[in-house]
Every structure is written in C-alpha cells, then in structure tokens.
Write a protein of this length. Structure first.
Length: 541
C-alpha cells in the first residue's frame, strides 16, 4: 500500500512537471495563492500576537529590514534581485509545520534561511517564480549537557552563539565547525562545516548525532522517526533539498585548557613561494593537534603577502619543538605565538577580543564571489608564483586565496559516512575569493570585473586540481557549475542536469542522495537552483 501511494504521488508529480514546462500561472493566480496561503497560516497560528511576529508581507514596515538583515553577500541586495512575497519568522516548531502544510496546499514555493551566508543567495532568492522566505532566526536556543558532552542547538543560532555558550559552560570542551561567528548553524551543518578542529575531529556534520526536522508532510521527526537514510542525507547533503531542520544534537569535543595560536607572514615572493611549496608536503601530515592555513592577499595597493595562521592543541613549548622537526622552513618563533583558551582562539582568528562579540549578528559590508578546488598532489612552484602575481591586478585589492589543510581525522572517515565525500587523498582545499565594496554593486561593470578575476584564477588552476570530477564544496556554492532553469536542455531529465554539479559536490554519494530525495520528497517541494533532483524511479540507479 505504501509503495502504491508513493508511485501515485510520483506519477502526479511527473504530470504536473510536464504541464509546468508549458504553462506558467498568471500574476493574479499567484497573488490568489499567496493570499490563500496567508489565510491558511493565520488560521493555524490562531493567535494575533504570535501572527504579527511570524508573518511579514511587503506591506509591513519591517519587511525589508528583516529581508536585508541576513543577506551576508550584499551583491544580492540590489534592486533587481527578486524579492519574496512574504517572510515567515517562526517562533516555535508548530509555526514551521504550519508554513510547510499551507505552502504545499496552496502551491507556494519556499526558501529556507538560517544565517544568510549562502554564497549564491539561494536561501533567500528564487528566480522566475513567486516565493516566500522561511527565516529561522528566532529558533536559536542552545542547551548544553556538559557532563555527557552533548548539546542541542536550534538551526537559527549562529556559530558565534554556539561557541559563546560552550565557552561559558566549559574550559575543556569545544565544537569543530567554521571560523566565522555570524554563520548560521543550519546551513553550515547541513553542508558539512569545517574549521580549525577539522584535522582533530572532522566536520561539524561528522559530530551531529540527532536532529529534529519538519518533513514535506509537516511532521515533526527526530532521527528515529525520519530514519537513517534521511538522517545521513541532511548531514552534508544540504538540508534544503529534503526538509526543514529545526535543531541539531551535537557531540562536543575535548580540548586542552591551554591552546596556542600563531601567525607568520612573508612579504618576499621568493620566500613565500618556497614556504607554501613546503607547506603542501607537511600540512596534511603533521599530528592532528596542529592546524596551519596558508593565505595569499594584498597588504596595500602594491604589496602582496603570504600568511600562515594556525592553532595547536597544546602549549607553545610543544608546538615549537614540533615545528622545528616538521616545518622549520616557516621559521616560527615564540614571539609569533600566544597561549590562550580555545574560546579565545575563536576570537583570535577573527581579530576580536571580547567574547560578547560572538553573540552579535552583524551584516557584512563587502560583496564577494567565491570558487574552490581540492588539491590531491602538490602544485608546482610555477603555479604558486602565478597565484602570487595574480594579486597585482587592480580587481584583486581585497581578494584572498585560502589553502586549508586536510589529513588527520578527515582522512580517517570514509567518504560515504556522510554525503561530504572529500576525504582521504585530498591534501588541501583551496578557495579563491574576490571582495568589493557594497556601493560598487550599483555598477554591473565593476561587479563583473571582480567575478572575472575569480573565474580566471579558477581556470588557471584547472591542470592542478582534482578531476573526474573536479570537486567542489557544497557550502561554497558556485552557480557557474550549472543550475536548473528555463534554459535547461529539454532532452535531459532533471537528474541528468543536476548530476553535472551534483557529482562535483558529492562524488559517488550523489546517487544515494537522489534515492533519499525521491523517497522523502517525491513532489520536489524542497528545491532550488542546485538542489538534489528526483529520479523517475528509485530502481533506475
């Protein structure tokens, strides 16, 4: 009986999809659907005070401030960017359930936003159709169980808020997630999430042990209720393709009461190239207590420099002895180091001092475009030298290239344990980022020159990076890899189109994600320009 219901819903979806290729409802029809959706949601909430906190339409004075407050890439704040017809800011799980139920009932497209750091803005932008934004900012409670080294964190909380609560509760516990405090845990955990503890403990998603979700039918489910396949998929496969994740149960990890942070900078091209070259041979092989990044950027209008910031889970004396043995070329000295607590190291990496900064939600003032690659064998010195020289271009004045080491725990976890597949065999991940001032977004020509710089560096790196597929990290979404859309090749199925970028993000895990998607969301309700596609039949894979 269950299989018959699944098959019937799938056939219905295929018929509707085929019809939608030739018919787009009128604006008035969309307006009617939206009005019906709002009435449905209002009836289900049934509390005017709560309703005013939850439902925000473009007629409300607070609408644009709420929309823009979590747009963490200002290039998507420009006037021509599509705007939602309403924003829903739930204050409890039942509000999310009601939103999904009413949206499905009235044909409303939903985008779900946690912290707003989506590189391509998919969490709050949809083209070619009216949509609402389900903004989870109010679902941000954090409850820690220090004795059992676990915690529950709601998906609207930021990494900074999570780190703050951990630091306040314990001097010997931490969590292995990203460096930037304003990033929302929802998107970070759903895509993987890595930071300074990745070589010791893996990704954030590797340390998620339960979750609460709302599925496409509006049901509230935990790990047992959703089943192991869906629980596997939301930890690294991008939660927006499958459901709305409300909260995550995490495993806290142990850190010493004293850690050491350090930074070495090199301004000589020759010296920097030599040290980065050596870094490639040691950064993924040193003990997993040690994390050393390499970065290239400009210090002013004419000067380029390399920096090597790092974290060691131990005292400075042990670090210096280790570096003398494994990486003497860096020339690390005691004056380059600071012994501090783990929570202070979180602040150090973002150039802050007060722990209260971690609780602040601030919007970035710089627009950006990013791309990334995975490196599986050291690139030649000539390539490093060329990367250095690319920074002399005028459009690279705020740019960065960041090399993040793998190895350690990242190589010990099998590539199929969660959807994030970039494990053993990867020396490091390299990210190319161009930044520019928000006011430059008013001139499309200015914006495009920065984008071209990133693309040119990415193209230059083609011979030196992973291949078949050329890997990419789903949390660094890149629209250039391809999207679904009106220009989609009509001779190809959505699965065939989605596989173009899907295998770059997920490699051999892509087909399992498709099977899970087809099983839990056969009408493709949770979708965006790069979401996991459906298959006509789960038996076809």
């Amino acid at each position: 009986m269950a299989f018959f219901s699944f098959l019937l819903s799938l056939v219905t979806h295929i018929l509707l999809l085929n019809l939608s290729l030739f018919h787009f409802p009128s604006t008035s029809a969309h307006r009617t659907n939206h009005d019906d959706f709002l009435r449905c949601l209002s009836r289900r909430i049934n509390d005017f005070t709560v309703e005013t906190r939850v439902i925000h339409t473009s007629k409300d004075s607070s609408f644009f401030s709420i929309l823009n407050s979590s747009i963490q890439n200002p290039r998507f704040s420009v006037l021509e960017t599509p705007k939602p017809v309403s924003i829903i800011t739930p204050v409890q799980a039942t509000d999310v359930q009601s939103t999904i139920i009413c949206a499905r009932l009235h044909g409303i497209h939903v985008r779900t936003r946690s912290g707003g750091h989506d590189y391509e803005g998919f969490s709050y932008i949809a083209k070619n159709r009216p949509f609402i934004v389900l903004d989870l900012r109010n679902l941000r409670s954090i409850t820690l169980d220090v004795d059992n080294r676990t915690g529950w964190v709601q998906t609207g909380a930021t990494l900074g808020e999570l780190y703050y609560e951990i630091g306040k509760s314990s001097k010997s516990l931490a969590f292995p997630a990203g460096l930037f405090p304003t990033v929302g845990v929802g998107g970070q955990f759903a895509g993987g999430g890595y930071g300074t503890l990745m070589r010791k403990y893996g990704l954030a998603a590797d340390n998620v042990i339960n979750a609460h979700i709302v599925d496409v039918s509006g049901r509230f489910l935990d790990r047992q209720g959703m089943g192991e396949d869906l629980f596997w998929a939301i930890r690294g496969g991008g939660g927006s393709s499958f459901c709305v994740v409300l909260s995550w149960k995490i495993r806290l990890v142990e850190v010493p009461s004293t850690v050491t942070v350090f930074k070495v900078e090199k301004t000589s091209e020759k010296e920097a190239v030599t040290i980065i070259n050596k870094w490639q041979y040691v950064a993924d092989k040193v003990p997993d207590d040690l994390f050393i990044r390499a970065m290239l950027q400009r210090s002013n209008e004419t000067a380029v420099y390399a920096s090597f910031p790092g974290l060691y889970l131990g005292p400075v004396s042990d670090l210096l002895a280790l570096m003398d043995e494994k990486f003497p070329e860096l020339g690390l000295e005691i004056g380059d180091c600071r012994e501090i607590s783990w929570i202070e190291s979180v602040l150090w990496f973002v150039n802050e001092e007060s722990i209260d900064v971690l609780r602040k939600r601030k919007r970035t003032s710089r627009s950006f475009k990013g791309k990334d690659d995975f490196i599986q064998k050291p690139i030649p010195k000539t390539a490093i030298r060329e990367l250095w020289r690319r920074f002399y271009a005028p459009e690279a004045r705020l740019a960065k290239i960041i090399l993040t080491p793998f190895g350690g725990k990242m190589s010990e976890i099998a590539e199929y344990e969660i959807p994030f597949p970039h494990r053993e065999g990867n020396i490091y991940e390299i990210q190319y980022l161009a930044y520019w001032k928000e006011e430059e977004d008013k001139n499309k020509t200015d914006t495009e020159k920065y984008m071209r710089w990133v693309t040119s560096v990415y193209d230059f790196m083609t011979p030196y990076v992973s291949e078949s597929p050329r890997g990419a990290y789903v949390n660094f979404r890149d629209i250039d890899l391809g999207i679904y859309g009106l220009g989609m090749n009509m001779k190809k199925t959505k699965y065939e189109v989605g596989k173009i970028w899907g295998v770059k993000y997920f490699k051999n895990n892509f087909d399992r994600l498709v099977r899970v998607k087809t099983s839990v969301d056969p009408m493709d309700f949770f979708c965006d320009e790069q979401s996991i596609p459906l298959l006509k039949s789960v038996d076809d894979i």
